[in-house]
Design a protein around this ligand. Structure first.
Ligand code: C2O
Ligand code: CU
Ligand code: CU
Length: 462
């Protein structure tokens, strides 16, 4: 860390053996030796430099998800941080491998500085690997961490802080008989007919739910109000979260924020769907429970072990705090009538090079092709349609969900988002304004296997 208006962090990407399952050592790829990586806390508008050095056996790329970040630090999939001594480009191990266009030079170095102006609303961002064709296995092995942005709007609300603010990175993993992370490979599973049972087309699922890198943890709470900062950091798993006390009572999940910061007013959920890469800022009140009570954070979409996420245990009395009924007044309001352009995008399965791929408008990702050219400053409406579940993410900008399935958005679509989770056969309209930076950015499905199998495209802002 340095001067008043900027901060510097250094992260070494390296392998470690960690104990995730009791008594078993698991090899991880980490940011600075931990999974999740180190949590970074920043103030809005205070420039942050993060220097990454790659001591892993593979090239990497770092992307700050949800960051308003200039293109040269946004972690374009071919802007590599190479391992020391790296010579040959590697072409295997991921779910992609559809061949990189030669038109774009690969930018690379063993160490790279990423610069983040963070001129954006307070929220919880996350950083993760984003290398071409290899994002999913890299995240799976541990390359993910949290990055908070704070601002005055948030500070003025006096929300629960300290140990009453709890980040929860939820991610499923599978382990092999030796306790190593099991990531299924590859090509044999990708040659079948579309629609025929192919195990990894839906993405890679684990059967152990980790929260902040630990399986089904227990967190001790008092009878006060807590703020849960939830990220679905899973490659492909969707959850529907609910909080159930051991006397059978359901605790409300009071949503106060979305991917891109605070809502205007809280939205109360009995259960809350969360797709890959989505974040929710939640308040939960343990005030009606006796000391000794337990509250299970459960996943309604999971069966067996995947129905449990974690547990809270009430261990002492705490002082309650009211839930603010007015939150942020700085949400952008874009009107349909202001849109300069309306675009349509279909997220569907298809053939690519004779194999199964996940495509946007029939095409797999190609770093040499510009798919969308937008004018800086324009408001645009994008109409998205999905064949199966696809959590769609735009880099650089937040957006509002205007419609879902041709009707009103759902309660959890509230606020400013950067990822919208489309259900099978569903469409949605989103509206945004390209008012941040010019340059080349991405949009893609955040099912990490779908992304590696081609469901990504280039957005050039001029
Ligand atoms: Cu979370 Cu393009 O990524
Ligand atoms: Cu992103
Ligand atoms: Cu998808």
């Amino acid at each position: 860390e340095s001067g008043a208006d900027e901060e510097r962090y250094e992260i070494v990407q390296r392998e470690v053996d960690a104990e995730i399952l009791p008594g078993i050592s698991t090899r991880l790829w980490t940011y600075d030796g931990s999974f999740p990586g180190p949590t970074i806390e920043s103030q809005r508008g205070r420039h942050v430099t993060v220097a990454h050095r790659n001591e892993l056996p593979v090239p990497t790329v770092v992307h700050l998800h949800g960051g308003r970040t200039p293109a040269d630090s946004d972690g374009y999939p071919t802007d590599l941080v190479l391992p020391a001594g790296w010579t040959e480009p590697e072409r295997s191990g991921g779910h992609g491998g559809h061949g990189m266009s030669d038109e774009r030079a690969v930018v690379s170095d063993v160490e790279r500085e990423y610069g983040f102006p963070l001129d954006q609303r307070a929220t919880m961002l996350w950083y993760h690997d984003h290398r071409m064709d290899f994002t999913a296995p890299a995240i799976w092995r541990g390359l993910a961490g949290l990055h908070f942005v704070r601002d005055d709007v948030e500070d003025a609300l006096d929300l629960p802080g300290g140990d009453h603010e709890v980040p929860l990175m939820i991610a499923d993993r599978a382990f092999d008989a030796d306790g190593q992370l099991a990531y299924p490979s590859l090509d044999s599973t990708l040659t079948g007919e579309i629609g025929v049972e192919e195990p990894y087309l839906a993405g890679v699922l684990g059967d152990v739910i980790l929260v902040n890198g630990a399986p089904w943890p227990e967190y001790e709470v008092d009878t006060g109000l807590y703020r849960l900062r939830v990220l679905n950091g899973s490659n492909a798993r969707h959850y529907e979260l609910e909080a159930i006390a051991d006397d059978g009572r359901r605790l409300l999940l009071v949503q106060i924020g979305a991917d891109q910061g605070l809502l205007a007013a809280p939205v109360r959920h009995e259960s809350l769907p969360i797709g890959p890469a989505e974040r929710y800022d939640l308040l939960i009140d343990f005030g009606d429970l006796p000391v000794g009570a337990k509250v299970r954070l459960a996943n309604r979409l999971g069966t067996g072990r995947c129905a449990d996420v974690m547990q809270f245990k009430v261990v002492r009395e705490g002082s309650g705090a009211p839930i603010p009924e007015m939150l942020a007044d700085d949400l952008p309001e874009w009107d349909r009538s202001e849109a300069a352009v309306v675009r349509d995008f279909a997220f569907r399965a298809g053939r690519m090079d004779g194999r199964h791929g996940w495509l946007i408008d029939g095409l797999p990702f190609d770093p040499g092709r510009t798919d969308v050219t937008a004018r800086h400053g324009d408001i645009e409406i994008w109409r998205l349609v999905a064949d199966v579940h696809h959590p769609i993410h735009l880099h650089l900008v937040g957006f509002r969900v205007l419609t879902r399935g041709g009707g009103e958005p759902l309660p959890h679509d509230a606020g400013l988002k950067d990822t919208v989770s489309l259900r099978p056969g569903e469409s949605a309209e989103i509206i945004t304004r390209f008012d941040a930076y010019r340059g080349r950015f991405l949009f893609h499905c955040h099912n990490a296997e779908h992304e590696d199998m081609g469901m990504m495209a280039n957005l050039e802002i001029l």
